[in-house]
Design a protein around this ligand. Structure first.
Ligand code: HEM
Length: 468
């Protein structure tokens, strides 16, 4: 009520004083003109609240849950704004809330502060699913499938992965648990038993949707498949398989925040014009942070797939108590020194040369989430600060000296499927990008295996096909 009085005193909304709520034609007219003022100021944007962010979810939670008294008295919103918020529930986007009459930057600001102070923000490990994600997921899957089908129709044989189609090699490895520095609550899933050694396959790849020369800037992938992992897995189709996958890339951050953005990004990338995702005529629509990540990633030079660090970028549960990101760090450190004569396939060549000479090794690390805002679950374009929350060692990956090139191994490699959801529940993926991947990886793998006339199967053998 006190805000209404203030309104009257200001003399700005005199007619509104008598009728507080919405409903009259007169009021609608005035509200529209007022609304225009606020909209022109860019309510949510001016408070630094990005759509689908942790802060946005805080505001939506308050808008959906707070009582009228809380909105009106505790948050000191205009009474008419508080009433309209309650009347217009539920809100599943900032935009919808932004459209409510009398709700402007002030209301956003108050709700945002109140949410933080009164426990309305998403907690550690809590997912918050933005509106439209299911539709966006279908769009991502459909775009990927159309891309593969299109290439196949043009004559590409075999049908390749939609992302990471270029393999540098599939190598045999061993994953030895080293949980000595993990707290007891993190010694779960595959990290439960100190010293336990899982046989593993690792596929090193380039991320680009097309097969490009290795000297070109690209994301590099490291997909790890542990073998002999007991216990039921998350996905129905491979529930009883004895494998468990971890997927990593050589950047700590993804250049896409969520499913919504991925739809646009992948469409532009498939059309060969990814830049138009980042930069548009209207600077308000730029994806500047994502552009910086992309440029940094593309500028990264790696000497060898064995001398690059890799990260999961997206979070995973670790038992009931933790959420972590993963990283694999070369035991001997990273190197950006490319061979002077780096050819189109130099990454496969140096991988083969290194493993002909001797073993390689990575430390497998986990980084626990400690701050739900600074280390959000739903936005893998934000790095979880290593200095603040250091990675902890969980295992050592040993890649013994071997020969891995040859047609049998290449075919085996091509027919493997890696999927972040092919996992023990103790390592369940979380966050929007991972939720999208649950649908997309399966659909893509099914399609390419179907087109190639190859049955999808998890490997059961660590010795065949082998030239080592
Ligand atoms: C919405 C986001 C993403 C989509 C739609 C997507 C899509 C795909 C698809 C369709 C494949 C091929 C799967 C197959 O046919 O077997 C793939 C492979 C891969 N993805 Fe993603 N991806 C996404 C995000 C990520 C992220 C965040 C990472 C970070 C680690 C990642 C790492 C990889 C790797 C390493 C491979 C290669 C797996 C292999 O070697 O077979 N992807 N991705």
């Amino acid at each position: 009520m006190k805000k209404l009085t203030t309104l009257c005193l200001l003399g700005l909304f005199v007619a509104a004083c008598g009728s507080e709520g919405d409903g009259t034609d007169d009021l609608d007219e005035r509200r529209d003109s007022q609304e225009d003022r606020f909209v022109a100021d860019g309510k949510a944007d001016s408070n630094g609240i990005e759509d689908r962010s942790w802060k946005a979810q805080c505001v939506l939670n308050v808008a959906n849950r707070a009582t009228l008294a809380e909105l009106d008295d505790d948050m000191s919103l205009w009474s008419v704004a508080a009433k309209n918020i309650v009347a217009g529930r539920p809100y599943d986007t900032l935009e919808a809330l932004d459209d409510v009459s009398w709700v402007g930057w002030y209301a956003f600001n108050q709700m945002s502060s109140y949410a933080r102070d009164h426990g309305h923000c998403p907690a550690l490990g809590e997912e918050y699913i933005p509106a439209g994600e299911a539709e966006d997921t279908v769009a991502v899957a459909e775009a990927g499938m159309a891309h593969i089908q299109g290439k196949f129709d043009e004559g590409q044989r075999p049908a390749l992965r939609d992302a990471h189609p270029k393999a540098h090699g599939c190598v045999k490895a061993f994953f030895e648990v080293d949980n000595a520095r993990l707290p007891a609550s993190m010694r779960v899933g595959v990290f439960a038993e100190q010293g336990h050694e899982f046989p593993a396959w690792i596929r090193f790849s380039n991320g680009s949707f097309t097969i490009s020369p290795d000297p070109e800037g690209d994301i590099r992938g490291m997909a790890i498949k542990l073998m002999d992992v007991p216990g039921e897995k998350i996905l129905e189709r491979a529930r009883d398989a004895k494998t468990q996958d971890f997927l990593l890339i050589n950047t700590p951050v993804l250049m896409v925040r969520n499913a919504h953005d991925y739809v646009e990004f992948s469409q532009k990338a498939f059309d060969g014009n990814p830049v138009s995702f980042f930069l548009k005529l209207n600077p308000d629509e730029w994806h500047f942070r994502e552009l910086v990540i992309t440029l940094k990633t593309l500028a990264k030079k790696i000497a060898s797939p064995l001398l690059s660090r890799y990260w999961s970028t997206t979070p995973y549960r670790l038992g009931d108590e933790h959420v972590v990101k993963y990283s694999a760090r070369p035991c001997t450190g990273e190197s950006a020194d490319r061979p002077a004569d780096a050819g189109d396939d130099y990454l496969a060549d140096v991988l083969a040369a290194s493993l002909a000479d001797g073993d390689a090794c990575f430390e497998f690390l986990v980084q626990p989430q400690k701050d739900p805002e600074a280390q959000p679950i739903e936005d893998p374009s934000i790095e979880w600060d290593d200095a603040r929350t250091p990675f902890l060692k969980a295992a050592t990956i040993r890649i013994p000296a071997q020969t891995f090139q040859g047609p049998d191994r290449a075919a085996f490699c091509e027919n493997l499927s890696f999927n972040p959801w092919h996992s023990l529940p103790a390592h369940a993926p979380i966050g929007g990008i991972n939720r999208v991947r649950r649908v997309v990886y399966d659909a893509i793998s099914d399609l390419r295996h179907g087109l190639n006339g190859v049955e999808r199967a998890e490997p059961v053998d660590h010795t065949i096909p082998a030239q080592d």
